[in-house]
Design a protein around this ligand. Structure first.
Ligand code: DX5
Ligand code: ZN
Length: 222
């Protein structure tokens, strides 16, 4: 599955199902697939790292059976090391954890190698108050960096422009293959800002799923 992840010279749109109709996720996912999406962003929240509770392992496992899209899984959870195995075995293609959820540099490295031990892509994410330089040492170890442009926890929030300035800081230190993903408040206007600063993947929840025409919404982000 992971060798289908292609990112060279291309903007990857990852619609966040947090804003989809949860009573019909299979239909919502095939709708964005038909509209041109190749990834699906799955927001996992534990009610501790963030104040909201959303999706867990059984849902990811069920979604795996219904779609061949890349399952781009964003873990907003405490103690990520404990949950890498079940999420990897549930069929996720990418597991992105939060730097702030780790207590030490050793723990960050342990989570990254654990993810990679399952043969899937590893991502590291930073919240708005975390500076880009705090994760520079991990850039050679990961496949993706997720820059949060809202406080994680909820969809539909406003894009924090100051967070986008971390994109070029990360890009400057990164290898060519690193995917720089932005999540939070992405729409047709903020997408342009992110792309011009060097982002290569955009997560969009309310902008896509809140629109009448998913195809047009996705096209407007490219
Ligand atoms: C927020 C989540 C996002 C969320 C984005 O904590 O990580 O993925 O779905 O939603 P929008 O695109 O509506 O800001
Ligand atoms: Zn997310």
């Amino acid at each position: 599955m992971c060798d289908r992840i292609r990112y060279m010279n291309k903007i990857i749109i990852s619609p966040s199902i947090l804003s989809a109709d949860f009573s019909n996720l299979e239909k919502e996912i095939s709708a964005v697939r038909e509209a041109g999406a190749e990834w699906i962003h799955i927001d996992v929240m534990d009610g501790h790292f963030v104040p909201n509770i959303t999706i867990g392992v059984p849902v990811v496992k069920s979604l795996r059976k219904t779609t061949d899209l890349i399952l781009d899984t964003h873990l907003m959870i405490e103690n990520p090391a404990k949950y890498i195995k079940p999420f990897a075995e549930s069929g996720a293609d990418i597991l992105t954890f939060h730097y702030e959820a780790c207590k030490s540099s050793d723990e960050v490295k342990e989570v990254i190698s654990l993810i990679k031990s399952f043969g899937i892509k590893a991502g590291i994410s930073i919240k708005p108050k975390t500076e880009a330089k705090e994760i520079f040492e991990y850039l050679p170890l990961v496949d993706l960096v997720l820059v949060m442009t809202v406080e994680p926890g909820f969809g539909g929030q406003e894009f924090m422009h100051e967070c986008a300035m971390k994109i070029p800081q990360i890009k400057e230190k990164a290898t060519e293959n690193l995917i720089i993903q932005v999540d939070g408040g992405v729409n047709n206007i903020t997408a342009k800002i992110c792309k011009s600063l060097g982002a290569t993947s955009l997560v969009a929840g309310s902008y896509i799923y809140g629109s009448k025409d998913y195809k047009q919404a996705i096209q407007s982000l490219l």
